[in-house]
Design a protein around this ligand. Structure first.
Ligand SMILES: NC(=O)c1ccc[n+]([C@@H]2O[C@H](COP(=O)([O-])OP(=O)(O)OC[C@H]3O[C@@H](n4cnc5c(N)ncnc54)[C@H](OP(=O)(O)O)[C@@H]3O)[C@@H](O)[C@H]2O)c1
Length: 316
């Protein structure tokens, strides 16, 4: 039996998500919702035989029996406005905007700890790319003095909402890095690259560490990469970790599966694949009618949670 989902937001992320949900053996998309009649995203979904709606979140409240879980692919501001109402209506949200709401989640790090949550925050594409590596670095080192994460994505893959959300992108990526590493001296950078042909999504990770242990790190990073590849097939280290004095450096490329845009758009792929992985795991509880606590506390946190230093989760 499929878990019925609604995709809210008909842009780049929403369309790529639809391609991923269609391939899921567990999820179905019963509503694809935008806010502009005839927009290219709504046409894309309609051509694939999905039921589309152009009246935004109102469509969800008019059809509450048609879905159990909402993927939010709108903007951070829109998420802050409609998430509390959807949760009050008993719906579970997997949030792909960088709004500072919900519990920050990287599937291979803390996916098992979010399965009774009503709002799961998938952070950002740069966060999903860098955090498995940063958590591995932290497992080998007691302290990291400084972390810098620079992601580069193709302009064509960054929709209007992504550009509008740049501040939230930086804040949420940095908050998640602090949460998963305990390091509070952190800098995130996003480069929206207009080059043609479009550039692949790449993320450079630098860390300042007093006594870097490169030998111990290689095994941890290889294990982290294998765990991510279980749900993001195109995730790859392209610059092996190396040390220059106290500076440790490595770099990741994410090749997309070519769902909505071509393979350069790994930035879409990494967050939509992560969101689908979490929705599939949440679906067990949702379909059994597990009552989710409507928790008004804000789970979005900067607090370092040492449980997340545990070994990468074994994902099936
Ligand atoms: N692109 C990326 O690389 C990427 C990666 C990770 C996360 N994200 C995040 O994902 C979200 C979407 O990004 P995107 O690149 O897909 O942007 P986008 O192409 O502009 O898509 C956003 C879509 O949401 C719709 N929308 C906005 N507010 C809405 C509302 N209140 N109700 C219904 N629909 C609404 C817009 O409709 P209209 O087109 O009709 O205005 C648009 O189709 C952003 O929050 C972004 O930060 C993006």
């Amino acid at each position: 039996m499929f878990l019925k989902t609604a995709i809210l937001g008909s842009g780049n992320i929403g369309c790529d998500l639809l391609c991923k949900v269609e391939k899921s053996p567990i999820l179905s998309c019963s509503m694809f919702v935008g806010r502009t009649e005839g927009s290219s995203g709504l046409q894309f979904a309609e051509r694939r035989g999905t039921a589309v709606y152009d009246n935004g979140v109102e469509a969800l409240f008019n059809n509450l029996d048609r879905f159990d879980l909402v993927f939010d692919a709108t903007s951070a501001a829109a998420h802050l406005a409609h998430a509390p109402k959807l949760i009050a209506a008993g719906k579970t949200i997997v949030n792909l905007t960088p709004a500072p709401k919900g519990i920050l989640c990287v599937p291979m790090l803390n996916g098992d700890q979010v399965l009774t949550e009503s709002n799961v925050n998938m952070i950002t594409c740069g966060g999903q790319a860098s955090l498995p590596i940063l958590a591995a670095i932290r497992r080998v080192h007691e302290n990291i003095d400084y972390i810098e994460v620079v992601s580069s994505i193709a302009a064509k893959s960054a929709g209007a909402a992504t550009r509008l959300n740049l501040d939230q992108y930086l804040n949420t990526t940095e908050s998640a890095i602090t949460k998963f590493t305990g390091c509070d001296s952190v800098k995130a950078v996003l480069n929206i690259n207009p080059a043609k042909p479009s550039v692949d999504m790449q993320t450079a990770v630098s860390a300042l560490i007093t006594h870097p242990n490169i030998d111990g790190l290689i095994t941890e990073i290889n294990s982290a990469v294998k765990s991510v590849q279980k749900y993001v097939k195109g995730y790859k280290i392209i610059v092996e970790p190396y040390v220059d004095g106290t500076r440790l450096f490595t770099m990741i490329r994410v090749t997309g599966q070519g769902g909505y845009l071509a393979s350069y758009a790994g930035n879409l792929d990494i967050i939509t694949s992560s969101a689908v992985n979490i929705a599939e795991r949440l679906s067990v509880g949702v379909s059994k009618g597990v009552v989710r606590e409507i928790d008004t506390r804000d789970k979005f946190t900067n607090g370092f949670d040492s449980r997340e230093l545990a070994e990468p989760l074994e994902l099936g």
